[in-house]
Design a binder for this molecule. Structure first.
Ligand code: SF4
Length: 695
């Protein structure tokens, strides 16, 4: 503040890190941000913030920012700076040539959860209307796609049921596979406040995370299950509810599909689903599981919050459905203080999913095979849409390796660092003829690109983000795009160069088109957002003016809630003599995901390398001391990290983050994935850890 001077004016905008979606005042001197102050009227954060939103914004003007478009013929050639028109013309010509030779489905695109709703809508429109293919996907593929599938199957829609404020009414809070203190800090503060007021807390996580025991809160029950056994755990909890007469029979009779409930009840009541029978699989004493299940069922208001520790598994979708089953059986959906709440990772991953970034869904989660819905988009866009779903990201990689997929438009997503099995991703990208990367930095994926289009940071954007509680908030431009064009303008120029006309003059016009074509957004407009601050979808003529705070109040979106049988199947990723430990991954407070932003801010001083946490027993067995360098090897690859010996780990389980490209945690994760959605199994990798000399 002393260096930059005192602010002269401010602009209210939305944080570009996690799915809490905190509102901030960007306090300015001219076009320079002096500081970011949490906005007291922000409905997601009520004036609170964390060290990412508050302090980690200077990456926006970092010297590494790419501000000139660049092209090259081969990835071994040096980059050549060119004009916007030349770069976009070059990209369009290469995409057209690929499609002319290999067919329209030989190209595709990836939308960004860092970008606005308007920008992701435009990218999926470009892929579908200008490229003429449904080969569009988003980073939700590698995080919450099982949420989309699982909640869609059981409740009828792919979103959290509550507002963050709803936790104030919870009597019991069940946190599964999430570490909100690090990953969703402002929501964690709300949760801890409620626990200090007397709510009971149950944590299901392999690690002793902050919520288990900290100076601020202590969980009543910590169920430290073995990685990969989530579905066994949810079956054991459900078994207790069903066999001890804890089902909310009146709720189930009124709100749920009886046939599916009866089948599910018979299934979970089987002796093999008891906590005692599953104790060997989960590693958690049956008595603890029974106590936790009784606590949850007793409520009276019990809320579930879950994270990527649920979804990033071979049975990720199964576990999401298991959670939904448990909540319905106990009558814990449809009012304040209860619900099933995925803690979405990225600032706009909810929005990128809402906007039709999946190969099988148009905006608003409507299947591409639905001819009525498709007809509405065809009329509005002036094209004929393919009724067949396109390729998911992992399928794009496979198709690249067999030669049928040859061109990719990747906006704001560093797939080389973030996706599992880096060697496989790199091989797929190397096999393509044209990769266009649109990003603010020369990221790891750009090493394989032929065209680099400068992206814009959140401070340069105008539009909206949608947070994990379905809250749509305005992102307001604080400074002009450093490269001269906003991301939506770049996409529009590319569409025009491909021969598909787009002529938006402002993101507000894009939102008007989204509202006209998407029933859950029909009541969303910039004028309303400016007046109300934010709204929550569904927001239309049948909801309150500000949309829908609590979902499934009278009935589920699909009508009757549907129970699904969730059979536990042990993951293929098993420990062996060669790989005797299980690696799980996550984030830490000061850094964010691949670290492209936070590593270029003062936050880097608090955590400047990825480290490997392991239990003292495992460390001692291998002669590893705290701070030693260790080599980690899996079936996919190997890397070197510094060791942290910690009682937070359970014996046999090790943990690391993936914020630094040089340590490459995803070099060791495998391409095992969720059966329903291909979400990678980041949370379970069998590894060996041994001491090594300093790299
Ligand atoms: Fe930003 Fe999330 Fe921190 Fe809020 S909690 S300031 S949205 S990173």
């Amino acid at each position: 503040v002393i260096e930059l001077g005192q602010p002269e004016h401010s602009v209210v905008t939305t944080c570009a890190y996690c799915g809490v979606g905190c509102s901030f005042k960007a306090e300015m001197k001219g076009e320079t941000v002096v500081r970011m102050t949490p906005w007291k009227d922000g409905q997601a954060n009520d004036g609170h913030s964390c060290i990412k939103g508050r302090f980690a914004w200077s990456y926006a003007t970092h010297k590494d920012r790419i501000t000139k478009p660049m092209i090259r013929d081969r990835i071994t050639d040096p980059w050549r700076e060119v004009s916007w028109d030349e770069a976009i013309g070059h990209a369009a010509a290469r995409f057209k040539a690929i499609q002319a030779k290999h067919g329209k489905d030989s190209v595709g695109g990836i939308t960004s959860s860092r970008c606005t709703n308007e920008e992701t809508y435009l990218v999926q429109k470009l892929i579908r209307a200008a490229f003429g293919t449904n080969n569009v996907d988003t980073c939700a593929r590698v995080c919450h796609s099982p949420t989309g599938y699982g909640l869609g199957q059981t409740f009828g829609t792919s979103a959290g049921t509550q507002t963050f404020r709803s936790v104030r009414h919870a009597d019991v809070i069940l946190v599964i596979g999430a570490n909100p203190s690090d990953a969703h800090p402002v929501f964690a503060s709300r949760l801890k406040r409620r626990v200090r007021q007397g709510a009971k807390l149950v944590v299901i996580d392999p690690r002793q995370i902050d919520l288990v025991s900290s100076p601020h809160v202590k969980a009543q029950h910590h169920l430290p299950l073995k990685p990969g056994t989530n579905v066994a755990m949810i079956s054991a909890l459900a078994h207790v509810v069903v066999t001890e007469g804890l089902v909310d029979e009146a709720y189930v009779a009124e709100r749920c599909d009886t046939k599916s409930f009866n089948e599910w009840r018979d299934f979970v009541a089987r002796p093999e689903n008891s906590p005692e029978a599953l104790e060997a699989a989960t590693g958690v004493p049956a008595a603890e599981v029974r106590a936790a299940a009784r606590l949850y069922a007793a409520g009276p208001n019990s809320a579930i919050y879950y994270g990527l520790g649920v979804t990033e598994h071979a049975q990720g979708s199964t576990m999401v459905m298991g959670i939904a089953n448990l909540a319905m059986a106990c009558g814990m959906v449809g009012r304040e203080g209860v619900g099933v709440n995925p803690l979405r990772g990225q600032n706009n991953v909810q929005g990128s999913c809402d906007m039709g970034s999946f190969p099988h869904e148009l905006p608003g989660y409507r299947h591409i095979s639905d001819s009525t819905v498709r007809g509405q988009f065809e009329a509005a866009w002036g094209v004929t849409l393919d009724p067949e779903p396109g390729l998911r990201i992992p399928n794009m990689f496979e198709a690249a390796l067999d030669g049928s997929f040859r061109g990719l438009y990747c906006q704001g997503e560093d797939i080389v660092q973030s996706d599992p099995n880096t060697q496989h991703v790199a091989a797929a990208l190397s096999a393509m003829d044209c990769i266009v990367v649109q990003d603010i930095f020369l990221n790891e994926t750009a090493k394989y690109a032929h065209v680099l289009l400068p992206g814009s940071s959140f401070l340069e954007k105008d539009g909206t983000f949608t947070n994990a509680e379905r809250r749509i908030s305005r992102v307001r431009q604080v400074m002009r795009p450093l490269a001269g064009l906003a991301d939506w303008e770049v996409t529009q120029k590319l569409a025009n160069a491909l021969g598909y006309p787009m002529a938006y003059r402002h993101p507000e016009e894009i939102m008007a088109e989204i509202a006209a074509l998407t029933p859950s957004f029909a009541g969303v407009s910039y004028a309303k957002l400016d007046r109300l601050g934010s709204v929550q979808w569904p927001c239309n003529e049948s909801t309150d003016e500000a949309g829908t705070a609590i979902m499934h109040r009278e009935k589920f979106v699909r009508g009757k809630g549907r129970f699904i049988i969730t059979q536990y199947v042990a993951t293929d990723e098993k420990v062996t003599r060669r790989f005797p430990l299980l690696l799980t991954t996550g984030r830490i407070l000061s850094q964010y995901n691949v670290g492209a932003q936070t590593r270029r801010t003062p936050n880097n001083q608090w955590h400047d390398e990825d480290r490997l946490e392991l239990h003292p027993h495992d460390a001692q067995e291998r002669g590893i001391r705290d701070g030693d360098w260790v080599g980690i090897e899996s079936r996919a690859g190997q890397t070197v990290l510094r060791a942290v010996v910690s009682e937070r780990m359970q014996p046999g389980v090790v943990y690391t983050t993936f914020h630094f490209p040089e340590s490459g945690a995803n070099v060791i994760t495998t391409d095992s994935s969720d059966w329903a959605t291909n979400c990678p199994e980041y949370k379970v990798t069998a590894v060996q850890v041994l001491p090594v000399s300093q790299p």
